[in-house]
Design a protein around this ligand. Structure first.
Ligand code: ADP
Ligand code: AMP
Length: 206
């Protein structure tokens, strides 16, 4: 099953993708995670991507498309995957359609007024990839693996504001794109994690 997770930054794509990936046994492919790995390793892609990510802007399509095309060639993609944070522009969606036929685009639909609080309170585990909110944590250790949690450099008020503007201008139009392809499934993301998960899973198990 080939699934796209659409939704604004902070909508809960990563949170749901981790759970769905475990349940469906297909890889979770996050372009944001791939860029962050490249930044950590200091690769040429990482150096180039960092300029854009730190400003809350999108990495240019040609760079993004190249990393996705490479990733989709890996053996673990044979039975499908969950794409989290890709595509984010119309040219990316069109290029993806040339490569593969996706089954469904799950759009996690959310009231944008809560996103700044969600993103500025996000804490991420650099070891197991878990994502949490500061209000549910008692210290700075990952509740799953114990590693020290980090705050993403782009999860600050200024960059988050820019990322939401960029989402509305460049990514939100993909909702109508996938609707017109007959692939869109809207999920109410203004509910707790387990409820959102159940709706996504029910759709994917149809
Ligand atoms: P995205 O991948 O869409 O940017 P994340 O999955 O990283 O978003 O979630 C952003 C923040 O919101 C995290 O702190 C996460 O713990 C929290 N979060 C995710 N889903 C929910 C939810 N359904 N209700 C409340 N908080 C949530
Ligand atoms: P995310 O982890 O999905 O929140 O992405 C973090 C940042 O990585 C974004 O703000 C962009 O700068 C960049 N990024 C991730 N995915 C894409 C994409 N599909 N196209 C362009 N830039 C991306």
């Amino acid at each position: 099953m080939k699934v796209i997770l659409l939704g604004a930054p902070g909508a809960g794509k990563g949170t749901q993708a981790i759970k769905l990936s475990r349940e469906l046994n297909i890889p979770h492919i996050s372009t944001g995670d791939i860029f962050r790995e490249n930044i950590k390793e200091g690769t040429p892609v990482g150096v180039r991507a960092k300029e854009f990510i730190d400003k809350g802007m999108l990495v240019p399509d040609e760079i993004t498309l190249e990393i996705v095309a490479e990733r989709l060639k890996k053996d673990d993609c044979t039975n499908g995957y969950l794409l989290d944070g890709f595509p984010r522009t119309l040219p990316q969606a069109q290029a993806l359609a040339e490569l593969v036929e996706i089954d469904v685009a799950l759009n996690i639909d959310i009231d944008q007024s809560i996103l700044k609080e969600r993103l500025c309170g996000r804490r991420c585990c650099p070891e197991c990839g878990g994502t949490y909110h500061v209000k549910h944590l008692t210290g700075d250790a990952c509740p799953v693996c114990g590693a020290k949690l980090i705050i993403r450099k782009d999860d600050n008020v200024e960059t988050v504001t820019k990322r939401l503007e960029v989402y509305n201008a460049q990514t939100a139009p993909l909702i109508s794109y996938y609707e017109s392809c007959g692939k869109l499934f809207n999920v109410d993301g203004n509910r707790d994690v387990e409820e959102v998960f159940k709706t996504c899973l029910d759709r994917l198990k149809e």
